[in-house]
Design a protein around this ligand. Sequence first.
Ligand code: FO1
Length: 321
Amino acid sequence: MKSSASAKIVVLSGGVGAAKLLNGLQKVVDPKDITAIVNVADDTQLHGLHISPDLDTIAYTLAGEIDPKKGWGLKNESWNAIEMISRYGGVDWFQLGDRDLGTHMYRTHRILQGNSLTAVTQEIATSLKVGIRILPVSDNPISTFVSTATLGEIEFQEYFVRHQHNVEIEDVSFKGIKEAEPGPNVIDEIMSASAIIIAPSNPIVSIGPILGVPGISEALQIQKASTVAVSGIINGKALKGPADRMLLELGHEVSPTGVARIYQNVASKFVLDNADAQYTTDIEKLGFTCLATDTVIPSQKKSARLCSTILSTFFPEVLKT
Ligand code: FO1
């Protein structure tokens, strides 16, 4: 089954979880009708290079070039450059493969030439033969910082990679977000979508800095009837990464209900795992229509099945035989 020509789907996306969902979605919907609006607050500058982990994780996954074990970076990688950097005593805790470095060098060079992150992302996606449209949520710099009791305020990748998210957090902030503007076409894509899916990404640090860009939540509120959120919390645990601990440490309930509360103003439909079906009544009380199904998507096939179930349940009009 493929979508009808006019049915456009937008997916609000972080990194690995969103990439897996999009990889399945492109099996049930024509990729040209799908737009991923992607978090850029994980972006960092290292070795003079602009690194955009979530944009790259999505592009590499959709291109079939992702390292399947790690879920980030490229397959068939070599590590010669980072080994040399390490010998010089440079920053070596953030693993950058030689092939991956090519992407960061290209991106940085094109930005320094005056091109926007949106334009360069499109160049990269086109070259990698990605069919889905990948839009950074903003072309302006937004940086996630976490406040910790033991290390003070640190940049997101220091928390996530250098400290392996093994440090308790007290607060999260997104520097630059108030001044940021949605990237070109981002609001238009949201407003013209027949269905909007909030991927099972970290609600605090992946979807949070998308919703926080001025204008995005307002557009989603108008499109609330067309917006479905997928829980990335199953059985009290995050599918991947520290979302469970972050929710707990920031005072949220670590359950699909806790996630649903975060999306209460912008989504009207909610997908939770069968293992958590007992939360359905609580989430319905928040005003959502719920679907409990198998949300674990280790393969493209399982992801396609989940996407097909979500669309046929909530947006049957976008699935035409
Ligand atoms: N994650 C790690 O756990 N360790 C790394 O050394 C690492 C390097 C890296 C390089 C490029 C890239 O695009 C992503 C990379 N990631 C690494 C993943 C990344 O830090 C996180 O997955 C996201 O920022 C969280 O969504």
